[in-house]
Design a protein around this ligand. Structure first.
Ligand code: ATP
Ligand code: MG
Length: 190
């Protein structure tokens, strides 16, 4: 069989087990209220930049530019809920997008454009899709905050398997401590 020549790719934050479990619990309670289809726990994520179809030969360029990102780790507080009528998605987000998240997306977008990739111009709207084809919007737009400590980011491939979406990690890169944080730490006594 001929090899696929392109891959459908996106950069994302992937939750750890505890955050994934909390988001899956939230998805279950929203499902009771809004119906529709729940995103399976193992697929829950936050997209940073969606790339779409990319030639497989360009994946090394994506790895290189991801490895060159020097951005701090940060905390994301998932405390907002919303519903998009046009595609009937119920999603969780954040009342206040952390500056570090905005900057990470901006760095990635800049690196991608410089390397000749096309990416969206729209203002970044962080959203974690929890339900698709929802019948109604959630009654409340806030939720008890889930603390998501973002310590790395991933490059994912989106595949179709037996009619369902499946995501596979292609690479993972750490987010580091900000220089200011390092400088603020107390000096060890010698
Ligand atoms: P499916 O489309 O198969 O129902 P999906 O939307 O999760 O599932 P993809 O379409 O491959 O899978 O999308 C991968 C990720 O990128 C998802 O988080 C999706 O919301 C996001 N995404 C997809 N298309 C775009 C786009 N045009 N702009 C921004 N983000 C997108
Ligand atoms: Mg899609």
């Amino acid at each position: 069989m001929p090899q696929e020549t392109t891959a459908r790719l996106f950069f994302a934050l992937w939750p750890d087990d505890a955050v994934r479990a909390a988001l899956a619990r939230l998805a279950r309670s929203l499902h009771q209220e809004c119906a529709g289809r729940m995103i399976p726990a193992h697929n829950i994520h936050l997209t940073l930049v969606f790339l779409g179809n990319v030639a497989n030969g360009r994946i090394p360029d994506l790895r290189a530019l991801a490895a060159a990102i020097a951005a701090p780790s940060f905390d994301l507080i998932v405390d907002a809920l919303d519903y998009w009528r046009h595609n009937r998605i119920v999603w969780a987000g954040t009342a206040e997008c952390p500056e570090a998240l905005r900057k990470l997306v901006a760095q990635l977008t800049h690196g991608l454009r410089t390397a000749g990739f096309r990416c969206e111009d729209r203002q970044y709207a962080p959203h974690i899709t929890l339900l698709r084809a929802a019948r109604r919007a959630p009654a409340v737009q806030a939720t008890g905050g889930i603390l998501w400590r973002a310590g790395d980011f991933v490059l994912m491939q989106s595949l179709r398997r037996n009619g369902a979406v499946a995501y596979e990690a292609i690479g993972r890169w750490p987010l580091g401590a900000a220089l200011q944080d390092v400088l603020r730490r107390p000096m060890p006594m010698v």
